[in-house]
Design a protein around this ligand. Structure first.
Ligand SMILES: Cc1cc2nc3c(=O)[nH]c(=O)nc-3n(C[C@H](O)[C@H](O)[C@H](O)COP(=O)(O)OP(=O)(O)OC[C@H]3O[C@@H](n4cnc5c(N)ncnc54)[C@H](O)[C@@H]3O)c2cc1C
Length: 546
């Protein structure tokens, strides 16, 4: 990508604007967006609420936090030099290693000089006349920029349970996504974990190793399958490095950018024996294979889904000694893979430990948090530490926490009241010059692969505007209608869209979030990219440019 003529930025940018582009968020998306926009010669600033880079891997320091994506499939692919010099030590790296990696990236490309930390954006208002964005930070600072790029993450707005008394607890309490930077000891302590999603599972299996006593409060059990993590030795890393181009090529061809992809066979095209052997092999293999690399119809065909669900249920019954506890851990309200599958390491065996108990809060709901612990409908439990693994206001949460107003004062919250409406997941109608990296309705999957693509696309739009001296880039109503309808149509027939989860926008800890929406694009990543590539090849004619 050619850098622009040295003086062009000054010539094209309105001198009264502070920046040509402001990016919100310094995670994987924001860091890469900064790198690319700098290449264009733009005056860019990244605003980040945290004190350093890393996003997800900066905030989620809870015990046991790690990848479910293979480390080497998750890394940035844009720099050969970076790939050459970074060694992953585990197939599924733990959070501290990923954070070290992202700090290494920031150092290598000198990113921090254009990132303002401790800078939470509270408002962003489009100015029709100036064709620019006025951005307000929590401390009252105001900044003006031609373009606003959101890189705020799909899982970055933590949610606490809707329970009274949270502030009254006298012991230590933590939300997993706001974990302290100092180590927390569980040695000999009475610990509670509320929540059994992907984060809860990782936390529980780690805390159970040292806690004096652990109580898990579960509302919805999830279908968890083994991660089978392993160390990567020097020789294996050499072999992985030699295969990088093959790995990234594979990720670019699979449905969701993972190295795993669905088996071309249908569940009922094989004999019961072959099916069982295939399920066993997947259960014994590392990572998301059992979810992403299973028979092609397990997420669309109810009978197929029932078979894999039954297989995993049998595994849970084999691994958990107390049959009553095993039954509590087996999901009854959704099939395998229709919610995000937590990957586990001896998670089910934790419930065989004498110092661990499981409380089903559908049977005995939590009434309140008390100074001593947690009061359910039948008992008050006493704790030294309460861990809230209650997840996020996913996908649209970070948007909802900012007062974003577009043309004629239109609030994004109102525009998306019935669910997000976007053009390619990158723009929203009525919000000119605002571009989203992995916004709602983009392809997600193995995130850095989707992020790199999204950043390239956003950069392409801005480069086009810059080259053609355009100061207003907007999605058209037809473009938004067509894409939103397309995304909705793709969701038809998917079992995952028939159940409540963060992927369908349902969150019982938030007001007004009990109705399902289509929050994410559920087509294939290659199809998504092909559509976006065609838009770019045709000179972004589908956008309103001025
Ligand atoms: C525990 C956990 C494990 C995960 N594991 C995987 C995995 O194995 N594979 C995978 O593909 N994905 C995984 N993900 C998803 C993960 O979020 C993405 O992989 C990726 O890190 C997203 O990067 P991002 O830069 O888009 O967003 P984030 O990393 O979320 O970064 C967004 C940044 O924006 C900042 N921000 C948000 N709002 C504001 C505001 N108003 N003002 C200023 N700053 C703001 C936040 O502070 C944050 O630093 C995981 C997520 C979690 C939470």
């Amino acid at each position: 990508m050619a850098a622009l003529h040295e003086n062009q930025t000054q010539a094209e940018a309105a001198p009264d604007l502070d920046y040509d582009a402001i990016v919100i968020g310094a995670g994987i998306s924001g860091m890469y967006q900064l790198y690319r926009l700098r290449e264009l010669g733009l005056r860019v600033l990244v605003l980040e609420a945290g004190t350093n880079v890393g996003g997800t891997w900066y905030w989620n320091r809870y015990p046991g936090a790690r990848f479910d994506s293979e480390s080497y499939s998750y890394a940035y692919s844009f720099s050969k030099e970076l790939l050459e010099e970074w060694d992953w030590t585990e197939h599924f790296a733990p959070q501290p290693e990923t954070l070290r990696y992202l700090n290494h990236v920031a150092d290598k490309f000198d990113l921090r000089r254009d990132i303002k930390f401790r800078s939470r954006v509270t408002a962003a208002h489009y100015q029709d006349g100036a064709r620019s964005w006025d951005i307000t930070l929590e401390d009252g600072t105001r900044l003006r920029s031609r373009f606003l790029i959101t890189a705020m993450g799909i899982l970055s707005a933590p949610v606490m349970p809707r329970t009274e008394g949270v502030d009254t607890f006298a012991g230590q309490s933590y939300h997993t996504a706001r974990w302290p930077h100092e180590p927390v000891s569980f040695e000999g302590k009475r610990v509670a974990v509320i929540g059994t999603g992907a984060t809860g599972v990782q936390t529980i299996q780690e805390v159970a190793k040292t806690a004096g006593h652990l109580t898990v409060f579960q509302r919805t059990p999830n279908w968890c399958t083994p991660l089978h993590n392993a160390k990567i030795g020097t020789d294996e890393m050499k072999q992985i490095r030699a295969r990088y181009s093959e790995i990234f090529k594979r990720c670019s061809e699979t449905f969701a950018c993972f190295i795993h992809t669905a088996d071309p066979r249908g569940t009922f095209e094989v004999t019961p024996e072959e099916r069982e052997a295939f399920f066993e092999a997947l259960y014994a293999s590392p990572g998301f294979g059992i979810w992403q690399g299973n028979f092609k119809d397990i997420l669309t065909n109810r009978e197929a889904n029932a078979l894999i669900s039954d297989f995993v249920a049998r595994k849970i019954r084999q691994r958990v000694k107390d049959p009553a506890v095993a039954e509590k851990l087996i999901p009854k309200d959704h099939g395998f893979g229709t919610r995000r599958v937590p990957m586990e390491t001896h998670y089910y065996e934790v419930y065989n430990q004498p110092n661990v108990r499981l409380i089903d809060i559908k049977e005995t709901p939590i009434e309140r948090i008390t100074p001593k612990g947690i009061k359910t409908s039948d008992t008050e439990y006493e704790f030294d530490i309460i861990i809230y693994a209650t997840g996020f206001d996913a996908i649209t949460g970070a948007f909802n926490r900012i007062d974003i107003r577009g043309e004629n004062g239109l609030r994004l919250k109102d525009a998306w009241a019935g669910g997000p409406r976007t053009y390619l997941g990158v723009m929203a109608e009525g919000f000119p010059n605002m571009l989203m990296v992995v916004g709602p309705h983009t392809a997600l999957g193995n995130m850095p692969r989707s992020i790199e693509y999204n950043v390239e696309f956003v950069t392409g739009v801005i480069r086009h505007a810059w080259d053609h001296r355009l100061t207003r880039v907007a999605a058209t109503p037809e473009g938004v209608d067509t894409w939103t309808d397309h995304v909705k149509a793709l969701g038809q027939g998917l079992l995952s869209n028939e159940i409540d989860s963060w992927m369908t926008g349902v969150n019982r800890n938030l007001d007004g979030r009990d109705t399902r929406i289509i929050a994410r694009y559920s087509g294939s990543s290659p199809a998504y990219r092909a559509r976006c590539d065609a838009v770019a090849a045709e000179g972004y004619r589908e956008l309103a440019l001025a």
